[in-house]
Ligand binder design. Structure first.
Ligand SMILES: Cc1cc2nc3c(=O)[nH]c(=O)nc-3n(C[C@H](O)[C@H](O)[C@H](O)COP(=O)(O)O)c2cc1C
Length: 174
C-alpha cells in the first residue's frame, strides 16, 4: 500500500522536515508500505500523487492553535483524492505538541470524506526532542506511537482500498 507523508510547514527555518524524515524512515521499515514524502515547501502536490495514495500522514506544526495556512490551501486544492482514505497525523509544536492543529485537521478531513485515525505521534517542544543528526533523543515512546498509528492506518488502508474497489466511492455521495 502506498503512504504519502505530507510535510505541512513551509516557513523558512522550519523544523518540519526533521520530524517528517524521522517518521518516513520509521514507516519505511514496514514491509506492507511504500512511502513517499511530499513537501509543501516544494509546491503543492499534484492530483496524481494523491490519487495513487492509499493513505496519508500529515506532519503538522501548530501555529496559533491551528495548522499552517499553506497546508489548508493544499488540502482544499483537491477533492476526490482524499475520499474514503485514512489520514493520520504526526504533530509537533510548543506546549501543545501540535494537538490543537490535529483536532482542526480532523474537521477538515471529515468534510472531505476522509477517515482520520485516532492514534497520533506528538512532540512537545520538538526541536529539543531530536539530536543534531535528526534522530529522536528518546526513540522508544515516539517509535511506539508511530507503530500504533501505522497499524491503524494500515488496517483502514486495506479495508478502504477493498471497499473502494468493490463499491467506487463518490457516485452516491454529495
Ligand atoms: C506563528 C507561530 C505560531 C505558533 N503558535 C503556537 C501555538 O499556538 N501552540 C504551540 O504549542 N506552539 C506554537 N508555535 C510553536 C511551533 O509550533 C513550533 O515552533 C514548531 O516547531 C513550528 O514548526 P516549523 O518549525 O516546522 O514551522 C508557533 C510558532 C509560530 C512560528
Amino acid at each position: 500500500m502506498r503512504l504519502v507523508v505530507i510535510v505541512g510547514s513551509t516557513r523558512q527555518g522550519r523544523f518540519g522536515p526533521t520530524v517528517a524524515a524521522w517518521f518516513a524512515g520509521h514507516a519505511r521499515g514496514r514491509a506492507d508500505l511504500t512511502v513517499e514524502v511530499v513537501d509543501l515547501a516544494e509546491g503543492e502536490p499534484d492530483g496524481g500523487t494523491l490519487t495513487a495514495a492509499d493513505m496519508f500522514v500529515v506532519v503538522t506544526p501548530e501555529y496559533n492553535h491551528s495548522f499552517p495556512g499553506p497546508l489548508k490551501s493544499a488540502i482544499d486544492r483537491h477533492v476526490t483524492p482524499w475520499q474514503a482514505k485514512p489520514v493520520g497525523f504526526v504533530s509537533y509544536g510548543g506546549i501543545s505538541g501540535g494537538l490543537r492543529a490535529v483536532e482542526h485537521l480532523r474537521q477538515v478531513f471529515a468534510e472531505l470524506h476522509a477517515v482520520t485515525v485516532r492514534e497520533t505521534v506528538s512532540f512537545v517542544w520538538a526541536p529539543g526532542r531530536f539530536d543534531a543528526g535528526g534522530s529522536p533523543i528518546d526513540p522508544g515512546p515516539c517509535g511506539a506511537a508511530a507503530d500504533r498509528l501505522l497499524d491503524q492506518l494500515a488496517w483502514w488502508g486495506r479495508a478502504l482500498a477493498a471497499a473502494r474497489l468493490a463499491h467506487p466511492y463518490g457516485a452516491n455521495v454529495a
